[in-house]
Design a protein around this ligand. Structure first.
Ligand code: FES
Length: 156
């Protein structure tokens, strides 16, 4: 039923836009996967069947303190709030305000995300609902390469 689908636009790192249809109830992470949209940091493939957690800290990389966080879990984190590789930037505050407030766990993970903005969310926690029809999401690399409307960097 097309009424159960909403339109979402992903903006990639070169500013290219991809319009997709997302069924109500699906997360933006799943929607990106289904449409071959690469979210920042999804390049690594975490081997399945591991439940151990590894965390690396680095203070010098990229001139700011950056925490690289690898969680090795059953087939990547896949929405269990154990990584920040699904980081997306909601391009319009109007839509950002329609989202449920992030849980503490999401905020903790976002704090580790590269290129954090005031309208950053974790894609696995943003679930399609009718009010989000027309939402535009930028992948974090996009904000490094060109000015995104409404992009407000957030200091760590
Ligand atoms: Fe790991 Fe979203 S997929 S936090």
């Amino acid at each position: 039923d097309p009424e159960d689908m909403i339109s979402i636009t992903f903006v990639g790192k070169d500013g290219e836009e991809k319009d997709i249809k997302v069924p109500v109830g699906m997360s933006m992470l799943e929607a990106a996967h289904e449409n071959d949209i690469e979210l920042e940091g999804k390049a690594w493939h975490i081997p399945p069947a591991h439940l151990s957690v590894m965390r690396y800290h680095s203070d010098t990389f990229l001139s700011s303190s950056l925490i690289l966080c690898f969680y090795v879990m059953s087939g990547a984190c896949e929405g269990s709030l154990a990584c920040s590789t699904c980081h997306v930037i909601v391009m319009d505050m109007e839509y950002y305000n329609k989202l449920e407030d992030p849980a503490d766990e999401e905020n903790d993970m976002l704090d580790l995300a590269f290129g954090l903005t005031e309208t950053s969310r974790l894609g696995c926690q943003v679930i399609a609902k009718p009010e989000l029809d027309g939402m535009r999401l930028a992948i974090p690399a996009a904000t490094r390469n060109f000015a995104v409307d409404g992009y407000i960097p957030k200091p760590h």
